[in-house]
Design a protein around this ligand. Structure first.
Ligand SMILES: [Zn+2]
Length: 145
């Protein structure tokens, strides 16, 4: 049996406000972040800045965080620092939620090379979580058919 784990733009369906809210809520639960009030929004490239597929702004003292995910139509013509994130908005959501999970564990002000290392580590964790999730979802789906 072939299990597709590759990352495709449509893995979680086309990005809509509804889907974004649902996917964020389920990953929030999986990552045990229910204490946080997390607001996901679709953002344009002009708001996020070139080369960013998303970002998050956690306010730990309020238990509130806003996650911004790049609108798919703004992907074209851009190159991203974490290229594998482009086109897979669910990966962006998981990536930003892992940032929130690490609030308090990782110093806010860091030297550039440590920040880059943190970004790569978070992306690898997010990819692994998402791949495992998609494999198990495929397995469940294949048993149901
Ligand atoms: Zn990041």
């Amino acid at each position: 049996m072939k299990i597709p784990v590759e990352f495709s733009a449509n893995a979680a369906g086309p990005l809509t406000e509804d889907r974004l809210a649902r996917v964020t809520a389920s990953w929030q639960e999986r990552l045990r972040l229910q204490d946080w009030d997390i607001q996901p929004v679709i953002a344009r490239a002009c708001d996020l800045g070139d080369g960013h597929v998303g970002d998050c702004r956690p306010l730990p003292h309020k238990g509130y965080a806003k996650i911004r995910v790049l609108h798919p139509s703004d992907h074209e013509g851009q190159s991203f620092t974490l290229a594998d994130q482009a086109g897979d908005w669910e990966l962006t959501v998981v990536h930003e939620l892992v940032h929130i999970a690490l609030v308090g564990a990782v110093p806010e002000k860091q030297k550039r090379h440590r920040r880059d290392a943190e970004e790569r580590a978070i992306n690898n964790i997010a990819r692994a979580l998402l791949a495992a999730h998609r494999v198990s979802r495929e397995l469940i789906a294949s048993r149901e058919t």
